[in-house]
Design a protein around this ligand. Structure first.
Ligand SMILES: CC(C)(COP(=O)(O)OP(=O)(O)OC[C@H]1O[C@@H](n2cnc3c(N)ncnc32)[C@H](O)[C@@H]1OP(=O)(O)O)[C@@H](O)C(=O)NCCC(=O)NCCS
Length: 150
């Protein structure tokens, strides 16, 4: 299908409900994460933001981007299921790359579940390569004893 051209720009508080609904529709939320709190924190923190792709004023996709002081990270990349394979995901990633470049980051990273082959194919099509590392982690809240969820 021919690509659609979206505008990619920082989200505002008014976008919260629609973006969280889109993240849920895209299967990006997990019971142990609170997407509303994540959205609000990203907008309230200077080192992070949520970028939104719009076509003719309507929401087509969104991504969260952040700078940890060394590298850039991407979370919650999701495109409206009705609008996939029309270039929106690629335009959102280009927006995230530009956002990080402007902050002086020279590396962008994200986590993809190993069995998420379609998403790995998407990132490979954009020129991303797998890093030969594993991520390790643990929760810092009171559920944290011995669990590792991202
Ligand atoms: C991954 C996702 C963001 C891609 O968005 P998109 O707008 O459909 O992607 P694009 O149209 O920019 O795709 C660019 C290229 O990536 C590749 N690609 C995209 N989706 C693919 C898929 N499902 N299978 C194989 N290749 C794919 C293709 O080469 C595509 O180009 P083409 O359509 O001309 O063949 C979207 O599928 C999505 O929201 N998935 C669910 C949420 C998710 O998994 N997010 C990532 C979490 S790490």
């Amino acid at each position: 299908m021919a690509p659609d051209t979206a505008t990619v720009a920082p989200a505002t508080a008014a976008d919260e409900e629609a973006i969280v609904a889109l993240w849920q529709a895209a299967g990006l939320t997990r019971p142990w994460n609170d997407p509303v709190a994540d959205f609000r924190r990203a907008l309230a923190t200077p080192a992070s933001d949520v970028l939104v792709a719009r076509i003719g004023g309507s929401l087509a996709g969104a991504v969260m981007v952040g700078d940890d002081g060394h590298r850039g990270w991407v979370y919650y990349l999701g495109v409206d299921p009705q609008r996939r394979r029309r270039g929106i995901g690629g335009q959102l990633m280009a927006g995230a790359e530009d956002w990080l470049r402007r902050r002086g980051c020279d590396k962008i990273m994200f986590m993809v579940r190993n069995d998420n082959l379609a998403t790995k194919a998407f990132y490979a099509a954009l020129g991303y390569e797998e890093n030969a590392v594993v991520t390790m982690g643990r929760r810092l809240d009171d559920q944290g004893r011995g669990r590792s969820r991202s």
